[in-house]
Ligand binder design. Structure first.
Ligand code: DUC
Ligand code: ZN
Ligand code: ZN
Length: 475
């Protein structure tokens, strides 16, 4: 007798499927890494998993994370494509979009080639690249950037601060004009560099160099002004932009104003603006707060409320981690060269790839602050749409990649010892969570089973991005 041929490689039975628009009960039939059928009473799979009424969401798309990005020595990122995507998978994220960063003087092509080498053979989940444009030479503007957009690098980040990355207003206009002409998504880091430098020098002159003064050097005004300017520049060029890591009220007000005036301004926020405050940078001069030094800095509780409201009412399109992994107690990390340094020299960034989804699921969905469908939209569907990966990524639909999370709704205390990144801390140590991914599937393969990570470095594929579907189609 011939072997029974199963129509599916895997069937997930009795799932409570949640997408950005609907929640429904179904079996999910998977073959060749894709979703082949959704329905009840599906035929057999070579493997079957009973989800028994548990919530199943699309795998997370983390559209803002930094992995193995070149840094000025001695500083080095703690996570490469191996540990970073391992951590992503164990936290339910099945697609990451880190940054191929151009150094000033470097060609954009060389930055992309270097970044492919860093990723090659290491990723456990699929990945695409954003570009960072730090040196918009005629060669970059006229040739490299348009060609790269055509080749599937359809988004790029520009900085209004950081000496080694920042562009002036004229350069920003030039780059935005390329985004307009070639249909790319321009992401903007909005903080006023000169204000930060002026405040930093005054704080230093007064001997105020502890980590907590990082927040005083980057008050909301600095972010508000740059957000306003970014909006005006995008209006001048007539191109949509996406403002990344929005931290609170004054920047939100600028974006609401822009929307009310019919401008297409998208916005992203991150867990640190919901779950940390300025106090996490220290209430005294201890160095401990260096762990939470990131830019923009976390604000206060009233700003957290503004961010929650913006997540719920549609102000924000995307919820990303801004994972920027530096070890705390390390000469290549938060103590450069082994020293406790003045705040201006502390590497900016905190880890968050693995905790992004469980934090928002726990404190948003299960705490009754956000609908399950909105959670899916912000963490998976919208980022896939914003960066040209939808519907392959970001949804549970016939034909989409079988990137899925089966949720385990159980309390657990968050401990860095249980995480899978290569960072020696989490800013959220000791927090009680109400849920964690019980299973993560990446293109139909179990990469995390709730207890163990199933490693296969190199299984993650590079994704060429289409034109972002949130952008207007160009003729
Ligand atoms: N700010 C950034 O702009 N990028 C990385 C981390 C950070 O804090
Ligand atoms: Zn940034
Ligand atoms: Zn960032």
């Amino acid at each position: 007798m011939s072997q029974t041929a199963h129509p599916f490689d895997l069937v997930i039975r009795n799932a409570r499927v949640a997408t950005a628009s609907d929640t429904f009960d179904a079996d999910i039939g998977i073959a060749g890494g894709r979703i082949l059928q959704l329905g009840s009473g599906l035929a057999s799979g070579a493997r079957e998993i009973d989800a028994a009424g548990r919530v199943v969401t699309p795998g997370g798309v983390d559209a803002h994370c930094h992995l193995d990005q070149p840094m000025a020595p001695p500083v080095r990122m703690a996570d490469d494509f191996d540990s970073g995507t391992r951590s992503a998978a164990c936290g339910g994220t099945t697609t990451v979009i880190p940054f191929a960063a151009q150094e000033k003087g470097q060609s954009l092509r060389a930055a992309v080639a270097d970044y492919h080498q860093r990723a090659e053979g290491k990723a456990h989940v699929d990945y695409a690249f954003h570009l960072i444009v730090s040196d918009p030479t005629p060669q970059v503007l006229d040739e490299e950037l348009p060609a790269l957009i055509r080749e599937g690098y359809t988004s790029f980040k520009i900085y209004m601060t950081y000496d080694d990355l920042k562009l002036d207003d004229g350069q920003i206009l030039d780059v935005l004009a390329v985004a307009r002409e070639h249909g790319a998504m321009a992401m903007i880091h909005a903080e006023n560099a000169d204000c930060i430098e002026w405040l930093t020098k005054r704080l230093e002159a007064a001997g105020r160099t502890a980590p907590r003064f990082h927040a005083q050097a980057r008050p909301m005004l600095v972010e508000r002004e740059a957000t306003h300017r970014a909006i005006a520049l995008s209006e001048l060029v007539d191109v949509p932009i996406l403002i990344v890591h929005v931290s609170g009220k004054e920047a939100v007000e600028q974006i609401r104003w822009a929307r009310a005036h019919g401008l297409r301004v998208f916005a992203e926020t991150c867990p640190q603006y919901l779950f940390l405050t300025t106090e996490d940078l220290g209430i005294d001069d201890s160095y401990h707060g260096a762990r939470c030094v990131c830019s923009p800095p976390p604000r206060d509780r009233s700003n957290q409320e503004v961010i929650w409201n913006g997540l719920n009412d549609g102000l924000f399109t995307v919820f990303s981690s801004d994972h920027a992994p530096f070890r705390y107690d390390a000469p290549e990390g938060k103590k450069p060269g082994g020293e406790e340094v003045a705040f201006r020299h502390i590497p900016n960034g905190i880890p968050g790839l693995e905790t992004r989804l469980p934090l928002l699921y726990s404190e948003g969905v299960l705490a009754g602050r956000m609908s399950l469908n909105r959670f899916v939209e912000l963490t998976s569907t919208n980022p896939a749409k914003a960066y040209g990966l939808h519907p392959r990524k970001g949804t549970i639909a016939v034909g989409s990649d079988a990137d899925l999370v089966v949720w385990d709704e159980r309390e657990r205390v968050l401990r860095n010892a249980d995480l899978h990144h290569d960072v020696d801390y989490t800013p959220y140590e000791g927090r009680m969570l109400r849920a964690w991914p019980g299973l993560t599937l990446a293109r139909g393969e179990v990469v995390w089973d709730g207890r163990e990570f199933h490693a296969r470095a190199g299984r993650g594929q590079f994704l060429r991005c289409d034109a972002p579907s949130l952008l207007p189609r160009r003729a």
